[in-house]
Design a protein around this ligand. Structure first.
Ligand code: PEP
Length: 254
């Protein structure tokens, strides 16, 4: 069975004391993900080390960066390289979140560079894709997401692709309280998997975890995660509330 993942995206929230108590509150519940389960906290850069220490030795828990540079190293003030992340043992990085695409003009081509750097450094990219409301209203979402996949991932080998996690996040559902229906989520996840199968074959496509993101909360997680092609969630707002996120972890397929 594919890895089932509950990934928390804290975005630019929480001061260090609040970040520590949120992690303590979640970890004290001793929620252990199933054998095939993984809980990931994508925390702000200054908290990576603290968060890594908190989860140290806890089976099924990992820390992610929320972004990484598309440059290897050098004179890029304010950027954080994959080599730096690896040097503090960070295993995952979110790549191409819609907020990065929209507010920092990250293009599919730049994201392809980030994916390559992550893979070369043995960091697992959580590659985000998803359409805006205008695109959904015109029913162009499949073509749009296909293009995102083609331009950022299609240069990879099957072996490389198997190391990636994909997160489908319809922009109209992020932070809006509006969730995709289970039918909309399942349809798009199955479509993404069919695009992967068309390029790399069924076996490879069936091995890739595809997470859903967009107003996942304790009350809708189980229904969404039960969809055949949904392998967990990338969770913003609800990941900042310990009891919510614990229930989301518990909603993963076993
Ligand atoms: C996200 O940050 O990726 C996200 C899906 O946010 P929210 O859960 O708040 O919609």
């Amino acid at each position: 069975m594919r890895k089932q993942i509950a990934a928390a995206n804290w975005k630019m929230n929480l001061t260090i004391d609040k970040a520590k108590s949120l992690l303590d509150d979640i970890l004290k519940e001793n929620t252990s993900p199933a054998e095939n389960g993984q809980v990931i906290f994508a925390v702000p850069f200054p908290y990576l080390q603290m968060a890594s220490e908190k989860i140290d030795g806890k089976k099924g828990y990992s820390i992610a960066a929320q972004n990484c540079s598309n440059k290897k190293s050098g004179a890029y003030t304010g950027e954080v390289s994959v080599e730096m992340l690896d040097s503090i043992n960070i295993k995952y990085a979110v790549v191409g979140h819609s907020e990065r695409r929209e507010y920092y003009n990250e293009t599919n081509a730049m994201l392809a560079e980030k994916i390559d750097l992550c893979l070369a450094q043995n960091i697992i990219p959580i590659f985000c894709c998803g359409e805006a409301l205008e695109i959904r209203e015109k029913e162009w979402q499949n073509e749009f997401v296909r293009q995102q996949l083609e331009e950022s991932l299609f240069h990879l080998s099957a072996e490389q692709l198997k190391k990636i996690v994909i997160a489908y996040e319809p922009i109209w559902a992020i932070g809006t309280g509006k969730t995709a229906s289970t039918e909309q989520a399942q349809q798009m996840h199955a479509f993404i998997r069919s695009v992967l199968a068309g390029k790399w074959g069924e076996e490879t496509a069936n091995n890739i975890s595809i997470l859903y993101g967009g107003s996942v909360k304790a009350s809708n997680a189980k229904e969404l995660f039960n969809c055949a092609d949904v392998d967990g969630g990338l969770v913003g707002g609800a990941s900042l509330i310990a009891p919510e996120f614990v229930q989301i972890i518990n909603a993963l397929k076993h």
